[in-house]
Every structure is written in C-alpha cells, then in structure tokens.
Write a protein that binds this ligand. Structure first.
Ligand code: 4AD
Ligand code: MG
Length: 473
C-alpha cells in the first residue's frame, strides 16, 4: 500500500478509508489493553496518533514499538476525539522496520543543547531540530525565489581559490603536498610549483570578487554557497564553515543597496511567517516566547540608517551620561558587539544599517567617500561606503558595500595594504575594461536562521557545525 506522509494524513478527511503511514516512534503509552503511539516522519512538527488494541497484535511486536523505532502502520483513518488533532489512525497492522533499543541517545526529553551537539548525527530527529531544519530549507527557497523573481542570476563562484577576499588571512589551505617533506627555497619559503594547483590555494572566505565578475557581465547575480574562515573565534555567532548569500549588482548606489538589504531580509522573514507557521509556533512555545512577535515587529519597522560618525556620537553621549562599556569607542575604532547591541537594542530598539565607516577598518574594495566626515568640529580620515546591517541579539547579519570602481584608487588601496598584486590582476580587469559603479553584500545564512528560529547558538542552526577543534560527523 502506498505511504501517506503524516502532514497529509493529518489534513485528510477521508475518514474510514485505509491508510499507510511510516515513521519514527516519538512515544508510546498504554492503558487497559489499548496503546497510543505518537508517530513522526519529519514532514511536519506534528505527530499522528496511532491507536491499537493489544489483543489485535502479538506481544512481541507491541514490545518492539519503542521510542525511536521505525515502524510502518496500516489502519483506518478516523476523526480524532482528542483535542488539538484532526485525525488519527486505528491500527490494523504494524510492521517494525527498524528496532531501537534503550541505548538510543534521544530517549529523554529536555536534553541540553550541549548534549544534543554531541549526538548531532541523531539530533535532527528531535522536535526542535526538525523545526530548525525545515525552516532552514524554507529560507533557502525564499532566497532563491527572491532573487529569481527580481531578475538576478544564480552565479557559482569557486570554492577553491587563490585570493583572500577579505584580506584577513583566515584561509584554510588546500594542498596535496606531503606536509612532512615540503619543498622549500633557500629562504625557507615553501615552493608550490609542484602542488596540485601549482600555487598556494585555499577554501574561499567569500565569493564576492568572482561575483563582481558576474555582475559586471550579467547585470545582477547572487551566489549562495559554503564559505570557510579559519578564525579562532569560539563565539555563539561564528562558524569555520558557514553559508553565505552574496548578491552583486551593476549600477547600484549606496541608498539602493540599503533598500535591497532591508527588502530582502523582510522578504525572508515574511516567508517564514507565511510558510513555517507550525514550526515557528513550536519554537515560540519551547525556545523563545517572543519569537513570532519579534519577527512580525521587524516587518513593521523601517531600519535605521546610521552613518558611523553619528553612531560614535551617540555612543559617546551615552558614555558621558554614565553608560559603561568594556571597550573604548573613539572615532576610528571598530565597534565591539556591546556597542552594536547598545545602538540596536537600547537606543533605537530596531535594526540598524550602519554606513560610511573609516576606511582603515574595512576591506580594500569599498568605495571611498568623496567627503571626509566632521566629528567634534574636526575633519576626520577617509570613510568608505560600507554597510553593516545590525540586528537585535545577532549583531552583524549582513556586511556589504558599494565597490570602488576607479582603477587608480583600487590599485592604490591594494598596494598600500600589501595585497599580493599577482593574485589581483584579473580582479583589476573589471576596472580596466568598462568599469561600472556596482555594489553588493554578504548575508551569513546561519545568522539569518538564528534570527528566524530564536536559537542562541550558531552551532544549533546548521546540521553539522565546524568550529575550532570540532569537525565531528
Ligand atoms: O562581513 P563579511 O566578512 O563580508 C564579506 O565577506 C563580503 N565579501 C560580503 C560581500 O560584500 N559580498 O561577511 C558577510 C557576512 C557577515 O555579515 C556575517 O553575517 C557572516 O557573513 N559571517 C559569518 N557567519 C558565521 N560565521 C562566521 N565566521 C562568519 N563570518 C562572517
Ligand atoms: Mg563584516
């Protein structure tokens, strides 16, 4: 008999018809010769209730229906007398597809997040991770749909690359060299000519540079792929392997970039509210009581657009009024997360797009502002048209910028920052041949999922997290 998914069985009103469902036992209880099974097959957060009479089944089969076991049930679909569920199944035949003994690590409810990370190969079977993973899928669909409908082409940037986009030196090397017997020159530097790619290669930290090649040909592109950073940050916001979405658009200016960032995030949040209702309600109840309200709130708010220099003024005004911060916030400093959180969560109480940062704290490719800002009556150093979108409890969710389109200015940045030129000639060609104004951003996929699920730790919104000292499963 053909299997019906639980999500469809629960909606079905063809009562008295015979039906077959398959899935994993979430729980079984019994009384007075009747047993009740909560069965889940991953198609929805909801379980379907299976009711059976002990006398209709052999005792061995009933005994083997344990938490975690995989079973196939054929029975009659009936309207459920129990509150909160539409239909249930009166079992006629139950087949055990896979036994599950009492060493099953997900036996007990209420296991800690830490414990669940240690059984990440099985945690997708819990209610919470099922919900998170279905929402994760939905966000990927939202992203592809948004860009497709807005005329962007999905562009595949390489995963193995020889350039360091962010210039932060946080690359994982890719090599087939014998690490115990490295060929070196007389100065002790490794020679790569006999390596697989004939030069030093790494896993990409960002698809942006190649994305710019796409945008300056196709007009508007986006990438959506894995990115890798060997940054030794053991925080609830950093992964060594994460997924990034990077749109890049020809002829876009700073205001249009901010419009895009805001519209895009709101589209994703709206998609979640429209398409992930059951999972969001579950997370709202079990993980974060303010979740749905916060998601709805973001849709109503206009994001604040805040030049860095004004941000520093606000922070210093707060300090003058006695607000204590651990780190200084002088003009020119990179903001610490406590500063970002103050602006977003205490001062504005809504998402903030910060712009026009000092050049020296941002990447080499950002477009330099024509005028220098004035702070405390004094002219400051050059700023760039970078944007960071700052979210409550997440901090930076998007980093983007208008790109420097002038060949000479870009070259001078590359040289003054000692970026190896030989790796950059192909990139400079975009400015040499028909250069155009353009802009783009990178959204950290897992940071979006953190926001949409209300989860607190980025390790818990990706199936198999990679962090310093951890590459299990
Ligand atoms: O701000 P980032 O470093 O910007 C870039 O890589 C640009 N090339 C993007 C562009 O303009 N096309 O990273 C972009 C976003 C961050 O805002 C953050 O959401 C996420 O990527 N991100 C991380 N997410 C998880 N773990 C990490 N280690 C991350 N590093 C950055
Ligand atoms: Mg950034």
């Amino acid at each position: 008999m053909k299997r019906t998914k639980v999500i469809d069985a629960l909606k079905c009103t063809a009562y008295d018809a015979e039906i077959c469902v398959k899935g994993w036992v979430r729980s079984k209880r019994g009384s007075k010769g009747i047993f009740f099974i909560a069965l889940n097959d991953g198609s929805t957060i909801k379980n379907i209730q299976i009711v059976g009479e002990d006398q209709n089944f052999d005792t061995d089969t009933v005994k083997r229906i344990t938490t975690g076991a995989c079973i196939s049930v054929v029975g009659t679909l009936v309207e459920s007398p129990a509150a909160g569920q539409s239909s249930e199944i009166q079992a006629k035949n139950i087949e055990i597809l896979g036994d599950c003994d009492n060493t099953y690590p997900l036996q007990k409810k209420g296991a800690s997040w830490e414990y669940l990370r240690s059984v990440a190969h099985l945690r997708p079977r819990t209610n919470t991770f099922g919900a998170i993973l279905r929402i994760r899928h939905n966000m990927a669909m939202a992203i592809h749909t948004y860009f497709h409908q807005h005329g962007y082409y999905y562009f595949h940037s390489p995963i193995i690359t020889a350039s360091d986009c962010e210039g932060a030196g946080q690359m994982f090397q890719v090599t087939t060299k014998n690490l115990y017997d490295l060929k070196k020159d007389e100065n002790g530097s490794i020679i790569y000519d006999d390596d697989f790619f004939g030069k030093q290669a790494s896993l990409t930290v960002s698809g942006q540079l190649e994305g710019e090649l796409g945008a300056t040909a196709l007009g508007a592109i986006y990438t959506f792929g894995p990115t890798f950073r060997a940054e030794n940050s053991n925080t609830p916001r950093h992964l060594a392997e994460f997924w990034m979405i990077e749109p890049e658009i020809a002829f876009m200016d700073l205001d249009e970039l901010m419009d895009l960032e805001e519209d895009f995030i709101k589209y994703c949040v709206r998609w979640a509210l429209d398409n992930c209702q059951d999972d969001l309600e579950f997370l709202n109840k079990m993980v974060d009581k303010g979740l749905i309200e916060r998601l709805q709130g973001v849709l109503k708010e206009d994001f604040v657009r805040l030049p860095y220099t004004r941000g520093i003024e606000i922070l210093q005004e707060a300090v003058a009024k006695g607000r204590k911060f651990e780190f200084p916030c002088n003009w020119g400093d990179d903001l610490a997360s406590e500063h970002e959180r103050y602006l977003v969560e205490e001062y504005f109480k809504k998402p903030v797009i910060m712009t026009n940062y000092p050049k020296k704290i941002k990447a080499f490719y950002m477009k330099i502002d024509d005028t220098k800002p004035v702070f405390n009556g004094q002219e400051m150093e050059e700023t760039v048209q970078g944007t960071d979108v700052l979210f409550p409890s997440i901090g930076e969710i998007i980093g983007g910028s208008v790109r420097e389109e002038s060949y000479d200015k870009l070259l001078s940045e590359i040289e003054s920052r000692n970026i190896p030129m030989k790796d950059m000639t192909w990139y400079l060609d975009t400015r040499k041949y028909g250069s155009c104004p353009h802009a783009g951003f990178g959204l950290g996929f897992e940071r979006l999922i953190l926001f949409v699920t209300g989860m607190q730790n980025i390790r818990d919104v990706i199936p198999f997290p990679r962090t310093p000292k951890n590459a299990e499963f």
